[in-house]
Ligand binder design. Sequence first.
Ligand code: ARG
Length: 574
Amino acid sequence: MDMKQSLAQLIHEAIEDCYAGVDSLPSVEDIAGFLEIPPEKEMGDYAFPCFKLSRALHMGPPQIASTLASAISEPDLCEAKQQGGYLNFFFNRGNFAEQTLGVVLEAGENYGAGEEGNGKTICLDFSSINIAKRFHIGHLSTTMMGQSLRRIFQFLGYKTVAINYLGDWGTQFGKMLCAYKLWGNKEEVQNDGVDALTRLYVKFHEEAEKDPSLEDEGRRWFKAIEDGNEEALTLFSWFKELTLRDASRVYDMLGITFDSYNGEAFFNDKMDRVISELKEKELLTISDGASIVDLDEEESGMPPCLILKKDGATLYSTRDIAAALWRKDEYNFDKCLYIVAYQQDLHFRQWFKVVEKMGYEWSKDLVHVSFGMISYEGASLSTRKGHVVYLEDLLKGAKEKALKIIEEKSPDLENKEQVAAQVGIGAVIYADLQNNRIKDIDFNWDRVLSFDGETGPYVQYTHARCSSVLRKAEGTEAAEADFAALEDDFAQELLRQLSRFPQIVREAALRYEPSIITRAVTELCKAYNKFYYENRILDAPAGVRQARLELTKAVKQTIKTGLYLIGMEAPERM
Ligand code: ARG
């Protein structure tokens, strides 16, 4: 049982004793729900607002607080004081330490996990790369954030479906086929993959400027894909394969896998359902030859959602609607998350609204998890200006830079390469998931790889420090822990943070915000480092040492879990 629960029980007993016979007294659960963590430490560890009882008791809160304060006498657990209309509780610090560490260490790797998601399914549409394009850092956030959210929800017992909704539909693919047929070289494309395809695409545009008839040729090839022409499809699925081959190098480095790669093209033959349902429900209107769904602009502030172009071609929205209907049938999700940059905000709001107008009550379960822009060393990303930074190069660069630092700092480390990958890639993930989603990020190497301040290496280093303390303690004789040794402010702050961790994980899930975990883990590390500098551990008396080691173990384990939840590794040594 945790401290809050024990307190609620204690308060409940006191109320029953003092006010026996009164109707509608709160239950233990009610009381647990009323308990607050006060804003100031001087106000105790928990506060019970007595006005919650005024109604039932017909008494002022201060009077109730003072009656209850004198009724509660459990010095091993806490001290209860009346302060105004509040009953403030000051934990017995030793007991708080014992209870908290008991809970954390018993749960082990599962500390903070839960079962509230059992039986529920969450679809996560993330990373969703585009065919024949290199994976660049514009797709960094969706990839990291999707992976982190997936782990967070799994940790809470949800079934998750990770979907890479490939961008594999559009007229540009007709142009690419056309270019390949005219100038392509099989071997070159096979070897260079996406780079060769990009070169072909660029050439197509150069040539089309001189010879506009090429555009028609490109359209013809796109039509061939649409119509299921065998040659076109074979070539196109080869292009897809090559793109995924390149992307999987990045996914491997990050340890990411997907449950589905059903992209836009997969839904090509599933559009009729959308169109006929929209017609049936009288939602489709013709405007300038195109089919649209009116979204009551005055009220919603949104222009109509385009469903079919003049020539009958479907759009990005049409395909997203078809995909959502299909996913609901296939997975019966409780939530479907779209982890996509805020630039697509209107797109999602529009087609979510269309699904709502179609009468699907589950449209409320479609969530656009949006995030800000990323720039690199102060320069915004733009293909035209040549500032494209490929994710693979970024991650490799991170590893190399980390290796240099490690070679300086710990030349004797055994598995330097492996640790360098963990630290370098971890640094990138940390930087990406450090701030609120919506904040724009500027990626700066010096800051990201620094061992001081709020960085990935700093957090990983603290984990390695805990590991090192525990390693050195191996072989010393185990003793009964003296929890009174954890009464100092530094240890208490650590314990307070440890006890909050399950709440942190839930908040991150509720708000689809991995940064809540990143920040909590960082705070935990800062608190541990303060504790570490203030207290002797290994050469303290046996009982004291044991208590501090148990605290260290609980911290190490919680840092590791937190890092796992944001997608980072936790090296034992670095
Ligand atoms: N491929 C798109 C892009 O790179 C992102 C797709 C997001 N998912 C979706 N269901 N629309 O911009």
